[in-house]
Design a protein around this ligand. Structure first.
Ligand code: 13P
Ligand code: SF4
Length: 342
């Protein structure tokens, strides 16, 4: 608290909703990936942005901020296991293989979920594609299908499938691309016929939520409303009453009537915070086994103190720097996302 106060307005501390309480209490702003990336883009007069979240979020903030600003990730080991499921060269191989089946460009539009490397965002930027988060995936899909017949979506198969379904697309129009198999495990004909290629990636936190847990919640709490994150499986999303980004989940619970009961399918730090901040409502996690996002949890308060004390001593510790041309190409895809909104 002393370090934070001493640094004043030269620093802004951003905290993703999945951060633990001991971090969130020092955050100037909290939000989902979309809100935090917009905030980063708007903090032009702040020199240092300390991003309490995971690596892809800090990279995005670096791309969206000015050269004179520095983005700091308190612990460089705070990654995202889903983002790690799409290696940049595998994504490039996939892109080269699927586009080689067609004569001209424009048959596929690439969309990458925010949870991916800056290099994959750059691949999307230079190939007429876009970035999305869970709060604007549908808008990004609409944007893409206005420009091409087919979409390659990576790396989260579940968000991709749930968004396709939301747009009324039949499951037969979607195929799964396995990065471990020749040509993704698909035939050239399957690629030619498809409307949506889903990369075979997932979030190990959100795929824990099941239809059975939702049925049990409904049995135990008649009248319960179930809300899940769209990284959950299609079956869980379909069985829930609502789905949306972490910010959507937080806003929904905050504006719900007193006495209402909510079963939530998302990361436990957010669920526990919502339960604490909404004592007039019953808020519980659908999964009885507490499973935090292990990488978000790597932002321990000691790391936050370390980087803040570094700044007090004139040292920029754990600066995230996306090199050119990746930065400019990724920026293209991120600007398209900010234009479609969320
Ligand atoms: P949000 O954009 O909803 O905050 O999601 C980020 C994330 O990593 C969820 O697992
Ligand atoms: Fe990645 Fe899942 Fe953690 Fe989100 S909850 S940061 S998708 S591992």
């Amino acid at each position: 608290a002393e370090a934070r106060a001493a640094l004043g307005t030269s620093v802004v501390v951003l905290g993703h909703h999945y951060q633990r309480e001991d971090i969130i209490k020092y955050a100037d702003f909290r939000g989902d990936s979309y809100k935090l990336s917009k905030m980063a883009a708007q903090t032009r007069d702040t020199r240092f942005i300390v991003f309490c979240g995971v690596h892809f979020m800090a990279e995005t903030a670096d791309i969206l901020t000015g050269r004179e600003q520095s983005v700091i990730l308190p612990n460089m080991a705070a990654g995202c296991s889903m983002a790690d499921m799409a290696r940049t060269d595998d994504a490039q191989d996939c892109w080269d293989q699927i586009t080689s089946l067609f004569d001209g460009p424009g048959e596929f539009v690439p969309i990458t979920y925010m949870n991916s490397t800056a290099a994959i965002k750059a691949l999307c930027g230079r190939n007429g594609g876009i970035v999305c988060t869970s709060s604007n995936a549908k808008q990004a899909f609409e944007w893409a299908y206005a420009r091409g017949r087919r979409v390659l979506f990576l790396p989260d198969q579940h968000l991709g499938r749930n968004t396709g379904v939301k747009m009324g697309m039949p499951l037969e129009d979607m195929v799964l691309w396995s990065p471990f198999r020749q040509m993704g495990g698909l035939t050239p004909d399957q690629v030619r016929r498809t409307r949506l290629i889903l990369w075979q990636g997932h979030c190990s936190v959100h795929t824990r939520f099941t239809v059975e847990q939702i049925s049990q919640a409904r049995e135990k709490h008649p009248g319960v409303k179930v809300i899940v994150h769209p990284e959950c499986t299609m079956e869980a999303v379909n069985a829930a009453d609502m789905n949306g980004s972490t910010e959507f989940i937080a806003r929904t619970i905050e504006s719900a009537p007193a006495g209402s009961v909510w079963g939530i399918g998302t990361e436990i730090n957010l669920v526990n915070r919502l339960a604490k901040e909404n004592p007039d409502k019953t808020v519980f996690c659908l999964d009885p086994i507490v499973c935090p996002c292990a990488t978000m949890y790597r932002i321990h308060p000691a790391y936050l103190l370390w980087v803040l004390e570094g700044l007090m001593a004139g040292l920029i510790i754990n600066k995230i720097s996306v090199p050119e041309p990746t930065r400019s190409e990724a920026l293209l895809a991120l600007e398209r996302m900010l234009e479609v909104g969320g």
